[in-house]
Design a protein around this ligand. Sequence first.
Ligand SMILES: CC(C)(COP(=O)(O)OP(=O)(O)OC[C@H]1O[C@@H](n2cnc3c(N)ncnc32)[C@H](O)[C@@H]1OP(=O)(O)O)[C@@H](O)C(=O)NCCC(=O)NCCS
Length: 172
Amino acid sequence: MLEIIDAKQHPPTEEQARAFARLISADEQRRWEYSSEGVSEPGAVYFFAVVLPARPDQEVLLAVDGQEVAGMVAFRRRPESYEQHCATLGIGVAKGYQRRGVGTKLFQAALDLAHRCQVKRLEIDCFSDNLRAIGLYRKMGFVEEGVRRQAVYKDGVYRDVLLMARWIGEED
Ligand SMILES: CC(C)(COP(=O)(O)OP(=O)(O)OC[C@H]1O[C@@H](n2cnc3c(N)ncnc32)[C@H](O)[C@@H]1OP(=O)(O)O)[C@@H](O)C(=O)NCCC(=O)NCCS
């Protein structure tokens, strides 16, 4: 059964950390990432054991299916004091689990986490031709705020990045 875990409060097993590395290093994910580099399995084990616990500004939620990792959301608060109410999200769902509501569940868990952390504004960005991601973000109430034209150079091409955000604080 699929379960969403907060990787800081419930650290993944070594097997799950390795599965996380395979998820985010898969061609399917790297195609939509700005950087083409993946993460090694030992690198992911170290990240969850040492790096993440030492980062107060960063959280990771994992959708786990036993020892398999179906998806992840990375949540990072902005560092500057005047932006502490803002956090940035990044999401990925493994190919075999896509279109089954995992992304939606991860997003809902990220919204709950944001409320618990008193975050009021969530931001997310993606390549402007990533229609699946844009569909998910719209469904979760995010709106387009602008485009950083030709902002990312990848595989020999300058690509546009779409900025989206959602206000989750109280209204004026
Ligand atoms: C984008 C992504 C996270 C969506 O995850 P998912 O678990 O498949 O999403 P869900 O099943 O919860 O679907 C939520 C919504 O996303 C949109 N969506 C998802 N897959 C889609 C597809 N193949 N075509 C069109 N829209 C799609 C739809 O709006 C969908 O809502 P609906 O089911 O009511 O139509 C997943 O496709 C993915 O990991 N893609 C590769 C990595 C990536 O693009 N990451 C984000 C940018 S870095």
